[in-house]
Ligand binder design. Structure first.
Ligand SMILES: *[C@@H]1O[C@H](CO)[C@@H](O)[C@H](O)[C@H]1NC(C)=O
Ligand SMILES: *[C@@H]1O[C@H](CO)[C@@H](O)[C@H](O)[C@H]1NC(C)=O
Ligand SMILES: *[C@@H]1O[C@H](CO)[C@@H](O)[C@H](O)[C@H]1NC(C)=O
Ligand SMILES: *[C@@H]1O[C@H](CO)[C@@H](O)[C@H](O)[C@H]1NC(C)=O
Length: 464
């Protein structure tokens, strides 16, 4: 009963649906209607419907495409060209020439050339007190005929001609700026303003301002390799963190540490120059110059772009481990060379750096970078830090094993490279490979994470 009722209801529903479009109730073919008459009618209606739809659609397409052609900007301008030849042709020529100059113009062509040393200006923070000693580090890397740079001092120093040093200038008076940090020194204000003061000199064709200290050594070729990765027409603030975890906690993980050096693109330096003096007044409690720069960068909304080659080296003692494990990235800078031991043993700090200049000239790109290979027959791991150290470890230590050889005697081959020989597991020193012809030296190891007394203030409320 129920089923038949439902069927009839459904039939009624279908009928209702189909009745209105057909218009004439008699023409509606019921499902149970005579098939012979209903099918051709249905076909006719279907064909009619399809044809009408087709015609309407085609008409619409045609009319709309007409409308499109009418409103096409190019056709209008073409018509304009035809009607008023003088005005429009000059306009077209102007458009032509601007297009040509955009593609081929000197301005753009120049800005798309590779970044070279002449596009970089160094701003070097120095003090008159330490100048006589520290200028020797600048002499190591600064080439007056190829580079542009200014040393900013707090007061005048005795000048000697022909030393190959950048021109010296005296920083502006900062006595009207507030400085309330108890551990730090007011000179931070002066040093952070070096970016602005260097920009105000109005040097031409500058793409990057690179800041560094008087005890920072730059590898200029590698600096260029890094800078070429970035578009100098955009805002860029490039540098690196401290190696010291403590420093990064005290200061910031988003700050370019000043001694390691950092680069600021020209437009960003211009933006900074506009706000810096007001910005500095908002942060009188900060410690140094680089955290003041970072505060202003944060106001401008520019984050740090980290590059592994800038080295702040807030460490004491022997840099050997840090340097020998240098990542595969161009070595851009070394800093705190007064605080750490000479990077090669038994020579002065400056002599050690001069020794590093030899591999630097041969292949600056690979300098210090560590590569590791294995001698399976002897079960040795050989690590080569280009231009700096060769280490031979007993056994196969994978590159990710950072503790490998951490406290082993260090050996210096005659060629001047470092070497470290792995201790035999049984406690016997491993015989030195003949090929290396190494000489043992004493190595004093001091904790690497000890904060540098020059810089790190003690944590608030903690007695050092
Ligand atoms: C625009 O430049 C093209 C070639 O780049 C040239 O053939 C055309 O004559 C120029 N038109 C005008 C108006 O200068
Ligand atoms: C485009 O560059 C070529 C070669 O650099 C130069 O000869 C030509 O004059 C340039 N054209 C324009 C319009 O600057
Ligand atoms: C800096 O300015 C203050 C006053 O604003 C003045 O007393 C001081 O002598 C100036 N210092 C230098 C080095 O000119
Ligand atoms: C250190 O230098 C001195 C003099 O320059 C030299 O006699 C000595 O052999 C050197 N020591 C090492 C371990 O190279």
């Amino acid at each position: 009963m129920k089923a038949t009722q439902k069927d009839s209801e459904r039939m009624g529903f279908w009928d209702q649906v189909r009745v209105p479009p057909s218009g004439t109730p008699t023409a509606v073919p019921g499902i149970g209607g005579p098939q012979g008459r209903a099918l051709p009618k249905l076909m006719v209606w279907l064909i009619l419907f399809v044809s009408v739809t087709y015609v309407v659609y085609t008409l619409k397409l045609v009319s709309s495409s007409h409308a499109c052609v009418d409103s096409e900007p190019f056709s209008t301008s073409r018509r304009l060209t035809a009607s008023s030849s003088d005005d429009s042709s000059s306009a077209a020529a102007a458009a032509n020439s601007s297009l040509a100059s955009a593609r081929n113009g000197t301005a753009l062509a120049e800005s798309e050339q590779r970044t070279e040393l002449r596009h970089v200006v160094f701003g070097i923070a120095a003090s008159a007190k330490l100048w006589e000693q520290r200028k020797n580090y600048i002499k190591l890397w600064y080439k007056p005929e190829e580079m542009r740079g200014i040393v900013w001092l707090d007061r005048a120093v005795a000048k000697r001609a022909g030393e190959g040093l950048p021109p010296v200038r005296i920083s502006g008076n900062t006595s009207h700026f507030k400085y309330t940090n108890r551990q730090g020194h007011r000179s931070a204000l002066r040093i952070s303003r070096i970016v602005s003061e260097t920009l105000r000199l109005g040097l031409k064709d500058v793409r990057w301002f690179v800041m560094g200290d008087d005890d920072t050594v730059f590898v200029a070729e590698n600096l260029l390799r890094v800078l070429r990765k970035y578009d100098h027409r955009q805002y860029y603030y490039i540098g690196s963190l401290s190696e010291s975890h403590l420093q990064n906690i005290y200061f910031s993980y988003g700050m370019a540490y000043g001694g390691g050096g950092f680069a600021i693109s020209y437009p960003l330096a211009a933006a900074l120059e506009r706000v810096q003096d007001r910005c500095i007044q908002r942060y009188p409690g900060l410690y140094g110059s680089d955290d003041r720069i970072q505060a202003c960068m944060a106001e401008l909304g520019v984050p740090l772009t980290k590059e592994l080659g800038f080295h702040q080296y807030d460490v004491y003692g022997n840099l050997f481990g840090l340097l020998a494990a240098h990542p595969v990235a161009p070595l851009v800078s070394l800093h705190h060379l007064d605080v750490v031991e000479p990077i090669f043993p038994n020579v002065t700090r400056v002599q050690a750096l001069q020794r590093l200049m030899v591999p630097m000239k041969l292949d600056s790109a690979g300098l210090m970078q560590q590569s590791i290979c294995y001698d399976k027959a002897r079960s040795w791991t050989v690590s080569v830090s280009w231009g700096f150290a060769v280490q031979v470890f007993r056994g196969c230590s994978p590159p990710g094993d950072r503790d490998a050889g951490a406290d082993l005697p260090q050996l210096v081959p005659e060629g001047g490279l470092h070497g470290v020989c792995f201790q035999h597991p049984a406690g016997q020193p491993e015989p030195v490979p003949e090929a290396l012809r190494v000489l043992p030296v004493q190595r004093e190891v001091r904790p690497v994470d000890k904060p540098d007394g020059e810089r790190v203030p003690p944590a608030p409320g903690v007695q050092p």
